[in-house]
Design a protein around this ligand. Sequence first.
Ligand SMILES: [Zn+2]
Length: 444
Amino acid sequence: MAVQTVAGTTQSAASPSPGSADPHEDATGDKSFGPAAALSCRECGTRFPLSPVFACQECFGPLEVAYDLPLGDPEGLRRRIEAGPANIWRYAPLLPVPAGVAERPNLNPGWTKLVRADNLARELGVTGGLHIKDDSGNPTHSFKDRVVAIALEAARAFGLTTLSCSSTGNLAGAVGAAAARAGLRSCVFIPADLEAPKVVMAAVYGGELVAIEGTYDDVNRFCSELIGDPVGEGWGFVNVNLRPYYGEGSKTLAYEIAEQLGWRLPDNLVVPIASGSQLTKIDKGLKELIALGLVADKPYRIYGAQAEGCSPVSAAFKAGHDVVRPVKPDTIAKSLAIGNPADGPYVLDIARRTGGAVEDVTDEQIVAAIRLLARTEGIFAETAGGVTVGVLRKLIESGQLDPAEETVVLNTGDGLKTLDAVAGTGPTATIRPTLAAFREAGLA
Ligand SMILES: [Zn+2]
C-alpha cells in the first residue's frame, strides 16, 4: 500500500525537515497516535515529534497533525469505515488515535444526523438540495464532543491527568463530561456572563468550574499563563497545548457529511466561525477525502458565518484584508463570541480560495433564523445555528450562494442551551380545562 503524507494544504512525500526527528517515530515510540506521523507548522512546514505543544519553535506558527494516510486502496478503506461503529471512531484510521480507541471509556460522539431540509429549502428558494448537519445530537449537545474526544486520547497518551479548557460554554460541558467518563480530573474556565444552562452543564459533571470576570479572550489569555506556570504541570488544555489534536476532531464533520451524502461532496458548506478552527479542519477533512480517493474530486465552496456583534473575520473578508482586527464581542451568539479568532487568517484564505465568502447577521436575524429552522424542520438550534441559517438566507438573497446548488448548513448546538434567545415563546393561550374555554380562546 502506497503511503503519502498529507499535512494541511500541502501533500508531499514523507520527508523529515533538516534536523527534525524521523516523522514515523512519535513521542511515545508506540502507535498511540495511529496514522499521525508528526506535528507540522502551518506557516513554515517544520516538523516536530508528536508532543503536547501548539506553537512552532522556529516561527511561532500554529502546529497541526501530519499523517501517513493509508492511500492506494480506497475501496478497502471505505469498507473498513463502513464496518466501524456509528460514531467518530469509524474514522480512526484517519485520526491521531490508537487502534482500539472505541473500546476505551469515552463519550463516543459523532454520526449525528444529516437532515434533508426540504421545507426550509422551499422557504429559502433552494432548489439544488439543502441539508442540516445537526450536531446537537452529540452526548453533551454540541459539536465540541468531537474535538474533546480526540484531545482526551492525546492527554492519555502524554500521561496528562487534568483535562482543562478555556470555553465560551459548550466546550466546558464537553470537557467536564469526557473527563468524568474517563476518570480524569477536570478544571475548566469560562467567562462569568455565560447562559445559565451552559454554566449548569459545565458544573454538573463534578469537575471544577472557574468563572472569570472578563471576556473569552481574557479567559484564554489567563489559561496560556497557567500553562506556563508550574501549577499547570500535567494539565491538558484541550484547546491550548492539545490544540493540534483537538482540532482534528472537526475533520469528522467533513467525513460524516460526505459519507452520509453517499461518499460525495456538496457544492457549498455554511460553517460557523468562533476561533475558525472548525472551518479550517472541515476543509482539511474534505481534502483528505479527495486525496484518499474516498470521494470524487470536485470544487466546493466554504462559507463562514458570524454574528454581526462579533464579526472580525467577516469584516476582514469584506474589506479584502488578510489580517483580522480583534473586536470586543457583543452578541447573543455567545458560543461564537471570540473577538480574536486564532484561525481567522486561514478562514479568509479558505473562503477566498474555494470561492465562498464570510458573512454576518444581526441578533434579530439570528433569532428569526432559529424560529425559521424550528418551524420548518423541527430542529431547535442554539444561537450558533441561528447564525448559520441566517447567513445562508443572506447569502442567497445577496446572490453570493447559488440556490440551484447543493448546500449543507451546520447546526453545532442545542437550542435548550440558549433559551433566552427565544424568550417570550410560550403558550398560545392559557385556559381552564373546559371545551367552552377552548372555544372562547378562538382555538376550536
Ligand atoms: Zn513554523
